[in-house]
Design a protein around this ligand. Structure first.
Ligand code: NAD
Length: 340
C-alpha cells in the first residue's frame, strides 16, 4: 500500500470497541474514519466523545475504509469479517476469531484469494510480561495456567473456553511447537447457558503438559501462567504485567539479563556447581492494545505478515473446539452414571 496512513473504521463500540477507537486516534499512521454500532445511542455517545463520524449503516462505513477493526460480540465476527474481505478491506478482528472452525476456514480461503491482511486480537501476546520474556521461554515441559474473572454478562454469548481460555490456548500453542496428543477437559455452566468454569489438561507429542483453568465466576481476579523448563521456572502475571524468572546458571557465566538478576545461592559442587539466579521483568511502558493495532497498521502499509495470523487463530479454535467436545463427552458420562 503506497498511502502514508490507513483509513480505518471500528465496527462495534461497546466496552472494548471504545478502547479501539481511543487507541486508533493515537496511532499516527492510522486515520480513524468513523464507527458503526447496531446501538445508535452508543454510537452517538462514542462518536461525540472521540470527535469521529458515526455511520448509520455498516456499508457506508466500509466505503470510506481501507481496513476495519471488528469488536462486536463473537457470534457476529464471521458475518462482518467476511463482508469486509469481500469488499476488499483489511481486517482486524477481536478474539476468538469466529465461533466455529468452518467459519474460520471460509475466512482463510477469502484471505488467501484476496491477499488482504488479517490480524486477530490475541492481545496477551503483547502483554509486557510476555514481551519481556523473548528468548527466555524455550522448552517448557509443564505449564500451569489460571485465568479467573469476576462474572460479567459480556462475553457469555460463548463458553468460557472461547471467551477467556482462548487467550491461554493461543499463548501455549505459540510457545509449544508440537502437535496436541491428548485432551482431558471438564467444565460446567453455573450462571449462564454455557460453561462458566473449565479445566483442561493438554498433552503434547514432545512431552509437554499444560494444565489450564479458566473461570468467569470467580470472586477474585487472577491471570497467571507458570512455565517449568529444564533449569528454569518462569511465572507470568498478566494482570500486573510482570514476570519472575528463577534459573540455574554456571556461576562463571553471564547470560543476557544477568545484570538485573541476583543470586539466591548455589547448589552442587565442583564442576557441577550451579547458581540459582532470580530476575523480575517489568515493562510497564507498553500499551498492548495500541501495540497490536500499530502492528496491524504497519503490516498493511509495509506489506508485512500480521503479528497474529488468521491461521494461528483458526488453529486455536480447533483446539478450543476439541476441548469443548471433550467437556461435552465428560458431561454425558457423568449423566449416564448418575442415571444408573
Ligand atoms: P460489548 O457487549 O461491550 O460490546 C459489543 C458492542 O457491539 C456493543 O456496543 C453492541 O451494541 C455492538 N453490537 C452488538 N451486535 C452488533 C451487530 N450485529 N452489529 C454491530 N454492532 C453490534 O462487548 P465487548 O466486551 O466489547 O466485546 C466485544 C468483542 O471483543 C468480543 O468478541 C469479545 O470476545 C472481545 N473481547 C476481547 C478482549 C481481549 O482481551 N482481547 C476483551 C474483551 C472483549
Amino acid at each position: 500500500m503506497s498511502a502514508e496512513k490507513v483509513k480505518i473504521g471500528v465496527i462495534g463500540v461497546g466496552h472494548l470497541g471504545r478502547w479501539h477507537v481511543q487507541q486508533l486516534k493515537m496511532i499516527d499512521r492510522a486515520d480513524l474514519v468513523g464507527i458503526f454500532d447496531s446501538n445508535p445511542e452508543r454510537s452517538r455517545q462514542i462518536a461525540g466523545e472521540f470527535s469521529t463520524r458515526e455511520f448509520a449503516e455498516v456499508n457506508q462505513l466500509l466505503v470510506h475504509c481501507d481496513a476495519v477493526s471488528i469488536v462486536t460480540p463473537t457470534t457476529t465476527h464471521f458475518e462482518y469479517a467476511k463482508m469486509a474481505l469481500e469488499r476488499g478491506k483489511h481486517v482486524f478482528v477481536e478474539k476468538p476469531v469466529t465461533e466455529r472452525i468452518e467459519q474460520g476456514e471460509t475466512l482463510l480461503a477469502l484471505e488467501k484469494e484476496s491477499g488482504l491482511k488479517f490480524q486477530v486480537g490475541h492481545i496477551e501476546r503483547f502483554n509486557p510480561a510476555i514481551l519481556a520474556l523473548e528468548n527466555t521461554i524455550v522448552n517448557p515441559l509443564f505449564i500451569e495456567s489460571h485465568r479467573l474473572a469476576n462474572f460479567n454478562p459480556r462475553g457469555t454469548d460463548v463458553a468460557v473456553v472461547l471467551d477467556l481460555m482462548i487467550h491461554d490456548i493461543d499463548l501455549i500453542l505459540s510457545f509449544i511447537d508440537s502437535p496436541v496428543k491428548s485432551i482431558h477437559a471438564s467444565g460446567v455452566p453455573i450462571i449462564s447457558a454455557t460453561e462458566d468454569i473449565a479445566n483442561c489438561r493438554l498433552e503434547f507429542e514432545n512431552g509437554c503438559t499444560a494444565n489450564v483453568t479458566a473461570s468467569r465466576i470467580s470472586t477474585r481476579k487472577m491471570r497467571k501462567m507458570r512455565f517449568f523448563q529444564p533449569n528454569a521456572y518462569i511465572s507470568v502475571d498478566f494482570l500486573d504485567g510482570s514476570s519472575d524468572v528463577y534459573y540455574l546458571a554456571d556461576p562463571r557465566d553471564q547470560n543476557p539479563g544477568d545484570n538485573l538478576a541476583f543470586s539466591l545461592g548455589q547448589i552442587g559442587d565442583g564442576a557441577s556447581k550451579k547458581e540459582i539466579r532470580y530476575v523480575r521483568f517489568e515493562k510497564k511502558d507498553i500499551n498492548p492494545l495500541n501495540y497490536e493495532l500499530s502492528l496491524f497498521v504497519r503490516s498493511i502499509l509495509e506489506d508485512q505478515p500480521t503479528a497474529v495470523t488468521l491461521k494461528e487463530a483458526v488453529r486455536d479454535l480447533v483446539v478450543a473446539e476439541a476441548i469443548l467436545k471433550n467437556i461435552e463427552e465428560h458431561a454425558l458420562l457423568v449423566k449416564t452414571n448418575w442415571r444408573i
